[in-house]
Design a protein around this ligand. Structure first.
Ligand SMILES: *[C@@H]1O[C@H](CO)[C@@H](O)[C@H](O)[C@H]1NC(C)=O
Ligand SMILES: *[C@@H]1O[C@H](CO)[C@@H](O)[C@H](O)[C@H]1NC(C)=O
Ligand SMILES: *[C@@H]1O[C@H](CO)[C@@H](O)[C@H](O)[C@H]1NC(C)=O
Ligand SMILES: *[C@@H]1O[C@H](CO)[C@@H](O)[C@H](O)[C@H]1NC(C)=O
Ligand SMILES: *[C@@H]1O[C@H](CO)[C@@H](O)[C@H](O)[C@H]1NC(C)=O
Ligand SMILES: *[C@@H]1O[C@H](CO)[C@@H](O)[C@H](O)[C@H]1NC(C)=O
Ligand SMILES: *[C@@H]1O[C@H](CO)[C@@H](O)[C@H](O)[C@H]1NC(C)=O
Ligand SMILES: *[C@@H]1O[C@H](CO)[C@@H](O)[C@H](O)[C@H]1NC(C)=O
Length: 637
């Protein structure tokens, strides 16, 4: 939710801010303020008794979104427009940090939101893995989890040091209100990042440690690893044990050397604090212990979880990348069935549910409006927790009806109940211009390659060219409080997509498959999706084998078994796409040495840090960029 400030500062500057905050629609930019075509409901919402949307399709597409965010050397290509990237993502101690997912439009891996996404994606499977399995999405989910957790394993250097951030969003002392954008001033595809990144600075690993602590990141990584262990154990217990070991060691570090990255004096964490200000760390420690209890059933972790849960009671009224309290009510109730957690969960939910305790704000058409930024993602977080809680109570429990009704209302709002779908590539009327770089400037179609990055930026934000590739499954930010919105990259507060918006959302969708019944849905596949393979610059489309019914139009795979996905078999059998054994597990394609890092002024110059007014090469451009940014800061504060 805070990333908007970054984008604002870094790139668009003053004009977009003004436009976004007023209700003006300018003729020249051709981006009208849109209102959903259907009027608000005048009666209390009644949830449909039969599924109104194909949630199996939404599920499939939501997982597909994470392929657009994938970093590293890909074992296979799912999207014609995404390939190997993070080619020089090596830590100070030689760690391979190439895997995982990028945060949003950019190629950052911020510790806290990354860890939260990983934990939540595992939480989804923990609660609704059976529903996923019934529509053949479980293998995909587990594979995705491993991709994310393997990054965390590598990021955990030793008992005192771990990588809390990969990538440089910007440089510069905040105190002097100066920044020099790096990642945030790169507008091309991740596949070419190392060639064109402004200042020539590659993805750099920043460490949190006992002396410079980030207990919330350690706790969230620990939670993600324990949660991943919980869902992976039945498929590979050695892997699960390895994850538990990391989780316990991170927990120890977080508790023995407590502290928050908001107090770090490292430049990277000062910027992390600016975009993702962590409120406290005690809730992530509770979360870590809670997930260790979920994964091990060892009662010492229950005691630890309760202790830290009490210590973080100020976080009990939110669930997000920052606050875990409300997620803890539901997780702990699921694990213990204790009334204490029941009551806390209900108190939280009553804030949203119709009735005397309702305090939440809503749009006229019924979207819970937690924050102007990411309102659809937030409402998905709430919907997930309600569905998870109702599942734990039993769908027939008296409280469950209210919870499921609310969750269905929120999800269906986002899927098109009022004529507009907030999920890219779903429905008839969905966002055409998500704020996402690689689906616009893809490595196979990047017309402005080689131009100054400020020109590329101007085209990205200012042009009304639609996204060149469909960013299937991405949940966009959300509307204004009156349900109006812009479908436009320059109005990124509506059109931003992030890994965390889709995380609990994916679980809520699986929850609805569980709620309505597995037999109401058919597995959905890539059949008929436009993944970019017909583009003239695309490489040859992978030919999946006949017994793969996930990535193909093939029929006849037995339903509800992992075997319908060939990529799952590749993972489990350690084979390449063509079936040959993977001999070298090393994932980085480049050798373990620094790539062509260059100072501004050489061949990278045309794409180096630049500014609106720059006409010269990057060394000059840097100076004028600073001026621009200072103005932006002054306006914001
Ligand atoms: C916003 O735009 C609508 C439609 O053009 C108009 O009716 C309304 O008065 C405007 N609101 C503000 C606050 O300018
Ligand atoms: C972890 O690694 C760092 C960097 O190499 C080193 O300074 C530190 O002593 C190590 N900690 C432990 C517990 O080995
Ligand atoms: C299970 O996980 C371990 C640890 O990551 C790995 O070494 C092993 O190859 C995995 N086994 C299978 C069958 O995938
Ligand atoms: C940062 O440090 C200050 C001073 O020690 C402390 O009051 C504050 O709680 C810390 N912030 C967090 C989030 O831990
Ligand atoms: C949190 O717990 C402390 C200590 O028990 C208490 O003083 C405080 O009021 C609690 N805060 C909330 C929001 O419950
Ligand atoms: C790929 O295709 C687009 C349009 O079809 C073209 O503009 C572009 O130059 C091509 N090549 C590359 C390497 O992007
Ligand atoms: C570095 O750049 C030089 C000259 O541009 C090129 O010959 C070389 O292959 C590059 N090395 C890498 C690792 O990309
Ligand atoms: C900028 O650099 C390019 C390539 O190095 C060069 O062709 C061009 O003349 C330079 N422009 C200025 C204004 O220095």
């Amino acid at each position: 939710m805070y990333i908007q400030k970054a984008i604002l500062l870094a790139l668009v500057g003053v004009t977009a801010t003004v436009r976004a905050q007023t209700n003006e629609t300018s003729e020249e930019d051709g981006s009208p303020l849109l209102t959903p075509s259907k009027p608000p409901l005048t009666e209390p919402y009644v949830a449909p008794t039969e599924p109104k949307y194909n949630y199996a399709e939404v599920m499939h597409k939501s997982y597909l979104f994470y392929h657009s965010q994938k970093s590293g050397h890909l074992p296979y290509q799912r999207l014609a427009w995404r390939s190997h990237s993070c080619k020089n993502c090596i830590g100070a101690h030689g760690e391979d940090l190439s895997q995982g997912w990028y945060e949003a439009a950019n190629t950052m891996k911020w510790g806290l939101p990354y860890g939260f996404t990983a934990t939540q994606l595992a939480y989804n499977i923990f609660m609704f893995g059976d529903a996923m399995k019934s529509v053949d999405e479980l293998a995909e989910g587990l594979e995705l989890m491993k991709w994310g957790a393997d990054y965390l394993i590598n990021a955990h250097h030793n008992d005192t040091h771990f990588v809390g951030q990969l990538g440089v969003s910007a440089l510069g002392p905040i105190s002097k209100q100066i920044e020099l954008d790096v990642d945030f001033n790169y507008w091309g595809p991740p596949e070419e990042y190392e060639d064109w990144v402004p200042t020539g600075l590659p993805h750099t690993a920043y460490y949190s440690s006992a002396d410079d602590p980030a207990s919330e990141i350690a706790g969230e990584y620990g939670a993600a690893m324990a949660a991943t262990a919980a869902i992976w154990r039945e498929y590979n217990s050695t892997y699960a044990d390895e994850l538990i070991d990391h989780s316990i060691r991170l927990y120890k570090l977080a508790t023995e050397h407590p502290g928050s990255y908001v107090n770090s004096s490292q430049n990277a964490f000062e910027w992390a604090t600016f975009w993702y200000p962590s409120t406290r760390y005690e809730d992530e420690i509770a979360w870590n212990a809670g997930w260790l209890y979920a994964a091990t059933k060892d009662p010492q972790w229950l005691d630890q979880a309760k202790y830290w849960y009490q210590k973080s009671n100020e976080s009990w009224y939110e669930y997000s990348w920052d606050e875990k309290g409300a997620g803890m009510h539901v997780l702990m109730y699921t694990l213990t069935k204790d009334d204490f957690f029941y009551n806390n969960a209900v108190e939280y939910f009553d804030f949203f549910l119709p009735g005397p305790k309702q305090q939440a704000k809503f749009t006229p058409r019924g979207l819970a409006y937690v924050d102007h930024w990411g309102s659809v993602g937030y409402s998905g977080n709430i919907a997930f927790l309600m569905l998870a809680f109702a599942k734990s109570l039993g769908w027939d429990h008296p409280k469950s009806k209210e919870l499921t009704t609310f969750a269905i209302q929120q999800i269906n709002y986002a899927l098109g109940d009022y004529g507009y779908s907030w999920v890219v590539g779903f429905g008839d009327n969905y966002p055409q211009m998500p704020y996402h770089k690689s689906s616009y400037n893809a490595y196979i179609d990047y017309p402005m390659r080689g131009r100054f990055q400020d020109e590329v930026e101007g085209d990205f934000t200012g042009s009304k060219t639609k996204q060149r590739f469909i960013l299937y499954g991405a949940v966009e930010g959300g509307p204004n409080i009156d349900d109006t919105y812009h479908d436009d990259r320059s109005n990124y507060e509506y059109s931003e997509v992030t890994q965390d918006y889709n995380a609990a959302w994916t679980g809520a969708i699986a929850g609805l498959i569980d709620y309505y019944g597995f037999d109401k849905f058919e597995p959905y596949t890539d059949c008929g999706l436009d993944l970019g393979w017909t583009h003239p610059n695309a490489s040859a489309q992978p030919v999946w084998p006949a017994d793969d019914c996930y990535h193909t139009c093939n029929k006849g795979c037995p339903r509800g078994q992992m075997s319908s996905s060939h990529s799952w078999k590749m993972l489990m059998n350690k084979v390449n796409f063509d079936g040959t054994p993977i001999t070298n597990q090393k994932l980085v394609s480049t050798s373990n040495k620094k790539a062509n890092v260059s100072v501004a002024g050489d061949k990278n110059a045309p794409n180096a840090a630049s500014s609106k007014s720059s006409s010269g090469n990057s060394s000059k451009a840097v100076g004028s960029l600073l001026g621009l940014v200072m103005i932006s800061f002054a306006l914001l504060f």
